[in-house]
Design a protein around this ligand. Sequence first.
Ligand code: ADP
Ligand code: MG
Length: 246
Amino acid sequence: MNDTRPLVEIDMVNKYFGTHHVLKDITTTVAEGEVVVVIGPSGSGKSTLCRAINRLETIDSGTITIDGQQLPEEGAQLAKLRSDVGMVFQSFNLFAHKTVLDNVTLAPIKVRRMKKADAEKRAMELLTRVGVEDHAHKMPAQLSGGQQQRVAIARSLAMDPKLILLDEPTSALDPEMINEVLDVMVELARAGMTMIVVTHEMGFARKAADRVIFMSDGAVVEEAEPDQFFTNPTSERAKDFLSKIL
Ligand code: ADP
Ligand code: MG
């Protein structure tokens, strides 16, 4: 065991969509238990980076290593590595035709071969953790956006991932629901979960992030602790971006 090895190592990653160079020499590491906020203008490559980490998107060069294992292109090993990485999207992505409880138990039963009763017990613990246990037997459409996003977080936790990626998890929510989701994320961060979070919620970044990565035009332009980044950004592009969102 090497305690100093990063959980995620991203080394010189490049990605093109046709001739459009969307990830440019991305190089960074994420330590176990670290919470990294990724911030930057629309179109800067934040979602593509998240999707590449989870191999929902291929890369053209460079390497992405999770817990010492390079992500393979496909096959059973990819499924295993992917199940180590939880993903929460802007648009909830719950299975609409399944109950909340079934949404959370589906992968543990199918992929992990967990017994239904065990999976349901664990799912109820997770739904309690995110505060939606009273809605376990409802369909997703019967829940508010904030409740659905908390179910999505519980669902990703059900696979005991080593890392959770959250891509703008609150940006599709009505304002009054944002905090209930951010509170769950802060609790997860405090509990030691390794997280990569694309968000412009500075309150979350200041409260929970160890580091902010600022991306612009496909590149990592700046990396700093949240206080440093928000009060004293060094690059012109970060200053310009912050002046627009603050
Ligand atoms: P962000 O999440 O920072 O807004 P994205 O990673 O979604 O940025 O997109 C980065 C760039 O890649 C954008 O210019 C976007 O239009 C382009 N892009 C994203 N997905 C695709 C795709 N599937 N095909 C072609 N271009 C894409
Ligand atoms: Mg995006």
